[in-house]
Design a protein around this ligand. Structure first.
Ligand SMILES: Nc1nc2c([nH]c(=O)n2[C@H]2C[C@H](O)[C@@H](COP(=O)(O)OP(=O)(O)OP(=O)(O)O)O2)c(=O)[nH]1
Length: 122
């Protein structure tokens, strides 16, 4: 099973959501596949630099992984920005959501349990 790491960037009580364009699109946690020889934390830092052009410090895991497919499983980590302002290099939109605005039905299905776990903690 290959791990896809998603990153819940939290700042001032809001989480950064990224919109994946296309027919299977929707709000997701920015991130991507862990490459061979890389830790999940390293993959998170690399993907966020590539996708948002910011440097992050990776924090706690948001709990058990969720299967995306027979091949891929999603793990999500909390993180904070250390340097830079996020820009959407690969997504069609970025948006900050506070707990009251976080509606899990807007998110890709595998992300919904993580959105539920995160909501009381931001
Ligand atoms: N990044 C990310 N992918 C997610 C999330 N939820 C979810 O179902 N996915 C799915 C969408 C994709 O099928 C897969 C991740 O692929 P990706 O395209 O982001 O991976 P990658 O950046 O390493 O891209 P690639 O070079 O392998 O194409 O996981 C999520 O919150 N974040």
């Amino acid at each position: 099973m290959q791990i896809v790491v998603g990153v819940a960037v939290v700042e001032e009580g809001r989480v950064l959501a990224a919109y994946r364009p296309g027919p299977d699109g929707g709000w997701e946690f920015p991130g991507g596949k862990v490459e061979p020889g890389e830790s999940e934390e390293q993959a998170a830092v690399r993907e966020i630099q590539e996708e948002l052009d910011v440097e992050i410090a990776v924090g706690e895991s948001l709990g058990p992984g969720v299967d995306i497919s027979a091949e891929y499983r999603l793990h999500v980590y909390r993180a904070r920005i250390v340097a830079g302002d996020p820009v959407p290099r690969e997504h069609s939109e970025l948006r900050w959501f506070g707990p009251a605005e976080l509606d899990e039905s807007d998110w890709l299905a595998p992300d919904r349990p993580f959105v539920r776990r995160l909501r009381p903690r931001i």
